[in-house]
Design a protein around this ligand. Structure first.
Ligand code: F6P
Length: 548
């Protein structure tokens, strides 16, 4: 069944549910969280949700019960239930690329059926997982040897975007579970410094490169992969060494073979897995090497638990749906331009960077599925840092600045590194930040502390700054899978409301094409007269002079 809407659906801003929310916002948008809590003693327990082992407190959001009801109405009116079903049933909902969106099949347990054009894709997924498992067992046990007979001690993933951000985030997040006698590094930037610094202290004879690229045509990745090849061959001196030191993760067997990687050493995936939705496919080979096949399967089970919850729970008890709708509420009705995500766990330090691609490459779109202007604001800018570091940097603006920035706090009941009272101090800060943002400090309170009048306005915290707090018990591979799937489906929910294609990324193309043209000109005789604007031409000429 085609997922391309034949006729333009009613523009979002004209939908009854949207209009009702606009009216509702006019009436309730200025309500203060202080008053909402004062009027409802049970709010902090009532506006919570527990599912798939995740606890969400969403009571410190600027909502009433009616807001939730209206947002649920919007979800129904925009066909969220039907769109979820379409995704899970392999419809080609990535309409501009004519592709299905089936990353949920990557974590479906063996035996479950997920159909694409009438064919069950789960056996293929499981077959790749089995090959990954055998390979990782060989490398981890030392039975896979480098060209000179030594075991692999270093793994370098070369990839960019979805072929890097997921692997590096997962490695950092699950470092506690990783092989500590192996080194894992990630090279993404075409800046030679990235490669040089990642390899400077490594022995090629003990190093395995994973060249990770869905298309196997990405300029940055191919450039780094060729440099890696030269680096390895310089020391190992024999083309046959490539077989033992290079593996590929890709959908493009032809290009992999052209590069010189043995097809036996290629782990495949499929065009129905978007790059930013691929960390649980073969793209996660480095993750599996680090934490082992069992850990990887546990992560997949976490993803799957959240998938099942998203697919089946009613919207008012559905974590990703609720998160996505709250995001729309702030983005479109309060005019919030950004959304902050603060994991209070050092291991999640790359989680915000990972989310930036997931959210912004997915929902940074200006037209609907039928090509009409969306007519409302889409994808907010996601950003964040692990707590508590951000508190001593940019939290000032969140507390007392002029912008509204909804925040997600992510904390864990137990730490993986119990050291004195560190964890209590860390978590005390999660709770304190949410409380301070919501309730602030009134002028009366500030005055009562003996503050001179002139200083009072500077010390007042308006409060009414929304946040959601996620509490999980411990950062395990399973918990990471749940968290990632939670944000994936929240992004999907937002995209459904905005009626956009959350799975294409045409916006990255123009820069790529221009860069290719400019490389030729920089390395040739310079820009031809009139081939660029005056600014670009002058910059290129200056650069060429600097190069001598
Ligand atoms: O340029 C954007 C992008 O296409 C991302 O969507 C993707 O994750 C990344 O490049 C890397 O692509 P590939 O895995 O094909 O090298």
């Amino acid at each position: 069944m085609s997922a391309i809407p034949r006729t333009a659906p009613t523009p979002l801003a004209e939908r009854p549910a949207w209009r009702a929310l606009l009216e509702h916002h006019k009436k309730t948008g200025t309500l203060h969280l202080r008053d909402l809590f004062a009027a409802d003693a049970g709010r902090g327990e009532r506006l919570t949700l527990e599912a798939a082992g995740l606890y969400l407190d969403y009571s410190k959001n600027r909502i009433t019960d009616e807001t939730i009801a209206l947002l649920m109405g919007l979800a129904s009116e925009c066909g969220l239930r039907e769109r979820i079903a379409a995704m899970f049933s392999g419809e080609k909902i990535n309409v501009t690329e004519g592709r299905a969106v089936l990353h949920v099949a990557l974590r479906a347990p063996a035996g479950e059926r997920m159909l694409l054009d009438g064919v069950d894709v789960v056996p293929e997924v499981q077959a790749v997982l089995a090959r990954m498992t055998a390979f990782c067992d060989d490398v981890r046990s030392g039975s896979w040897r480098g060209h000179s007979g030594r075991p692999i001690r270093n793994v370098i993933n070369i990839g960019i975007g979805g072929s890097d951000l997921g692997p590096v985030m997962a490695y950092e997040a699950l470092r506690h579970y990783s092989r500590r006698d192996m080194t894992f590094r990630f090279v993404s930037n075409v800046d030679g410094t990235d490669f040089a610094e990642a390899t400077r202290d490594l022995d090629p004879g003990e190093t395995l490169f994973i060249v990770c690229s869905k298309t196997f045509t990405t300029l940055e990745t191919l450039t780094n992969a060729h440099t890696a090849r030269e680096w390895a061959l310089r020391k190992l001196g024999d083309e046959r060494a490539i077989r033992r030191h290079f593996v590929a993760v890709s959908t493009n067997a032809e290009e992999v073979a052209k590069f010189g990687i043995d097809p036996q050493n290629m782990f495949g995936f499929w065009d129905w897995v978007g790059g930013r939705y691929s960390m649980d496919s073969a793209v996660g080979l480095s993750t599996m090497l680090a934490i082992g096949p069992e850990g990887f399967r546990a992560m997949l089970a976490g993803f799957h638990a959240m998938d099942e919850h998203f697919r089946s729970a009613p919207f008012e008890r559905n974590l990703p749906a609720l998160m996505g709708l709250l995001s729309v509420w702030y983005n479109d009705f309060f005019g919030a331009q950004t959304a902050a995500v603060f994991p209070y766990d050092q291991y999640l330090k790359r989680f915000p960077a990972y989310l930036q691609q997931l959210t912004m490459e997915s929902n940074g779109k200006h037209v609907t599925l039928t090509g009409a202007p969306v007519g409302v604001q889409t994808g907010p800018i996601y950003w964040g840092e692990p707590g508590t570091n951000g508190q001593h940097s940019f939290y000032q603006l969140i507390h007392q600045g002029t912008r509204l920035i909804p925040c997600d706090f992510i904390g864990f009941g137990k730490t993986l590194n119990p050291l004195g009272d560190h964890h209590n101090l860390l978590m005390a800060n999660v709770f304190a930040q949410g409380e301070a943002l919501a309730f602030g400090k009134t002028p009366e309170q500030v005055k009562a502390e003996g503050t001179p009048d002139w200083l009072v306005p500077h010390r007042v915290f308006e409060g009414n700054r929304p946040s959601s707090t996620f509490l999980l018990s411990e950062l395990t591979p399973e918990a990471l899978g749940k968290l990632v799937a939670l944000y994936e489906h929240s992004v999907f929910t937002q995209g459904v409301i905005w009626q956009i294609d959350s799975f294409d990324q045409w916006g990255v193309e123009l820069g790529k094409v221009l860069a290719k043209k400019i490389i030729g000109e920089l390395e040739g005789s310079g820009p031809a007269p009139g081939s660029h604007d005056s600014s670009t031409t002058a910059l290129m000429e200056r650069y060429r002079k600097q190069q001598g």
